[in-house]
Design a protein around this ligand. Structure first.
Ligand SMILES: *Cc1c(COP(=O)(O)O)cnc(C)c1O
Length: 414
């Protein structure tokens, strides 16, 4: 006996308070897209934004658009929109550069506020760019010591002591979806006199973050995942207001100058969060991002989290009911309150299985060495999509369709 019927699932969609949001996105016909945690789909409004930015602002108004169309301040106007989504004040967050670059700037900013401390604590299981940026930083500051969760101790908390300058932590683990307690870890860092940088790549837009409620110091994150800003859309960086005056960051480009158009010989940093800016930003990308962020003005982030937990719970229950005999093993926390908006399953042949699913129009992704990863973006994923996704998975696994040789051939981007 199935634990839930297709009719019951359809009723969940009928009474979904976020049901109308899906229509705001362009989604290809017949595709189940469980990869919005890597690249969100385009909001329909983004097409018009780009058209206007190209045809009117760039083509007709040319350089006057820096003022007239607000190009120069998009870092701040979009920053204020992201601030609303992650629980920060409008003047504490700017949109700029990439997450990788913002990790570097915010780690250096934190180090500048703790000059007597030399340790960075972070996670070996982090998305690699976070680790690579720490590594690069240390190449130019050989006295910095790095301690890694998963190498130097099993838990991040145990590595934090009175030598720690800064902790760099992901709210949601990119592989397993495991969720950290932002409040508890921030408090732990502060108790030791350390600062904390939160990487929100897999949480911004899909759950409450409440940066200020938890007293976070710094945060960074992508906008092309759950915020649907488009491929390569610029990232964001948050710094709590109490740090603005003292902090310094190393990429002191002219956009972060107190008066960029004074063209002074000497650099003098902006007194606020704009000191995190470096140089000219990708305006066309930012215009698409605006459409992505505007969607969030219509929906409560708490409602998004509620549906996210319901979708991932349903997915796990259905996979466990229909697919586990084929060797899938849950690699995410089974308790929704400890999980982000993605579900990971382990399978030794995960890569080939994912390629076979993609051919059947179910898009998830594969993460080395054996993780099949499925992201659930509550704004456009329906309960029925979860049901249909599990049917496709069962078919592919039961028929062993994935064993065809072509599915084992690796592409550059997995
Ligand atoms: C996606 C992701 C990034 C991506 O960084 P880019 O600089 O945008 O390429 C960084 N960190 C984490 C945790 C991510 O999930």
């Amino acid at each position: 006996m199935p634990s839930v019927t297709r009719e019951e699932i359809e009723r969940l969609d009928d009474k979904d308070p976020l049901g109308s949001a899906r229509d705001l996105f362009h989604l290809p016909e017949g595709l189940i897209y469980l990869d919005g945690n890597s690249l969100g789909p385009p909001p329909k409004a983004a097409f018009a934004e780009i058209e206007k930015a190209m045809h009117t602002e760039w083509a007709e108004d040319l350089i006057t658009s820096w003022n007239k169309a607000g190009w120069f301040m998009l870092t701040d106007t979009l920053g204020a929109k992201v601030a609303g989504i992650v629980g920060a004040d409008d003047d504490e967050l700017v949109v700029c550069d990439s997450t990788s670059v913002n990790i570097y700037k915010s780690l250096q900013a934190a180090l500048s506020l703790r000059p007597d401390r030399k340790t960075i604590v972070t996670e070996a299981g982090s998305f690699p760019t976070d680790l690579y940026m720490v590594d690069g930083l240390r190449n130019f500051a050989p006295d910095i010591d790095v301690r890694l969760e998963g190498v130097d101790a099993p838990n991040l908390e145990d590595l934090i002591d009175d030598t720690t300058a800064v902790v760099l932590a992901n709210q949601v683990n990119y592989r397993s979806g495991e969720l950290r307690d932002v409040g508890a870890l921030t408090a732990r860092a502060h108790d030791a006199g350390a600062l904390i940088v939160w990487d929100l790549c897999h949480s911004a837009g899909v759950m409450p973050v409440d940066l200020n409620q938890h007293g976070a110091d710094f945060a960074v994150g992508c906008t092309y995942k759950y915020l649907n800003g488009g491929p390569g859309a610029p990232a964001f960086v948050f710094a709590a207001r109490r740090h603005h005056e003292k902090l310094r960051q190393p990429l002191s480009g002219w956009w972060g100058h107190r008066q960029p158009f004074a063209f002074d010989v000497a650099y003098e940093a902006d007194p606020g969060v704009r000191k995190f800016l470096c140089g000219t930003q990708p305006i066309l990308s930012m215009r698409a991002l605006k459409a992505g962020l505007d969607v969030f003005e219509q929906f409560e982030i708490s409602a998004i989290r509620q549906k996210s937990m319901a979708l991932t719970d349903l997915f796990i229950a259905l996979v466990e009911e229909h697919c586990t005999e084929y060797g899938l093993e849950l690699a995410s926390p089974s308790d929704a309150t400890l999980r982000g908006s993605q579900v990971a399953f382990r399978h030794a042949e995960g890569y080939a299985i994912m390629q076979a699913l993609i051919e059947r129009k179910l898009i998830g992704d594969f993460r080395m060495p054996d993780i099949l990863r499925f992201g659930f973006a509550p704004l456009y994923i329906r309960y029925i999509d979860v049901w249909n996704a599990v049917e496709i998975m069962r078919d592919v696994l039961a028929s062993s369709a994935w064993r065809e040789e072509r599915f084992a051939v690796r592409a550059a981007v997995t």
